[in-house]
Design a protein around this ligand. Structure first.
Ligand SMILES: C[S@@+](CC[C@H](N)C(=O)[O-])C[C@H]1O[C@@H](n2cnc3c(N)ncnc32)[C@H](O)[C@@H]1O
Length: 234
């Protein structure tokens, strides 16, 4: 993730107030703290009460707060934040355009928006195995009533950001460096996940998908998809 912090290293001194949208248990907040040392306030928002409770316990620093809220309706005033981020969560949002509009609204002019999102286009076979598994998990989440869609393409993310009047936008990419796509413990972990899904669901389509993913594991291996990173200045 160095690619993100390198891209904004010249402006981190000006970043005091940060909003991390769809923060979950605060994974990205941890990276923000490490890379933006002069911050005065970081707020993480997420509609999942359990995640917010866990994050609040995890972070005891009084400059870091977590609140229950959806991205589609951010409870803060216009132009309030020097930086707004959303990591690994665009594909979770119920209404991406409304959420982007809210993120844009609360970002101050000159402030920076960071999107960190895994993508599904132009991926190698090992990465395709990973996103197929991810998409299956997303389908199961949806059956349970959760908001979790398939991952997006570069074009879809570019189009989404293109709806807003940013002064300057950079698109960057990050791929896991030389990893062993046939790592035994990782393959066994995913195999186990597929088996559990097959046992739990009667639906033939879901069973078929988990079998197909299992079949790919030793043939192509598994690797994290490309992270697509947008750095946009308002
Ligand atoms: C994969 S997690 C990402 C968490 C964290 N940002 C990270 O990088 O690890 C996706 C998060 O999106 C949240 N989410 C789902 N729908 C949302 C919405 N409408 N507004 C804000 N967050 C939402 C989920 O509750 C979940 O915590």
């Amino acid at each position: 993730m160095e690619v993100i912090w390198n891209a904004i290293k010249n402006r981190t001194k000006d970043i005091k107030t940060v909003l991390d949208v769809a923060t979950g248990e605060g994974y990205f907040v941890n990276l923000i703290c490490k890379n933006i040392s002069d911050y005065t306030s970081i707020i993480g928002i997420d509609p999942n009460e359990n995640a917010i409770a866990k994050a609040s316990k995890l972070y005891t620093n009084s400059r870091i707060k977590f609140h229950k809220s959806k991205a589609e309706n951010i409870p803060y005033g216009n132009d309030m934040f020097d930086m707004v981020s959303i990591s690994r969560a665009l594909h979770h949002l119920g209404d991406r355009k409304a959420s982007m509009s809210e993120m844009y609204r609360v970002l101050r002019p000159g402030g920076v928006l960071i999107i960190n999102e895994m993508i599904r286009d132009e991926q190698n076979e090992a990465q395709i195995t990973r996103y197929m598994y991810h998409h299956l998990r997303a389908e199961i989440d949806r059956l349970a009533g959760m908001s979790h869609n398939e991952t997006l393409t570069r074009y879809e993310i570019k189009q989404l950001v293109g709806n807003f009047r940013f002064n300057k936008i950079s698109f960057l990419e990050y791929n896991q460096p030389d990893i062993d796509v046939f790592n035994r413990s990782e393959i066994e972990r995913i195999e186990e996940g597929c088996d559990k899904i097959s046992e739990r669901f009667e639906d033939e389509c879901i069973k078929e998908k988990s079998l197909e993913i299992k079949g790919r594991l030793w043939r192509y291996g598994i690797q994290n998809p490309t992270q697509y990173i947008v750095i946009a200045e308002k």
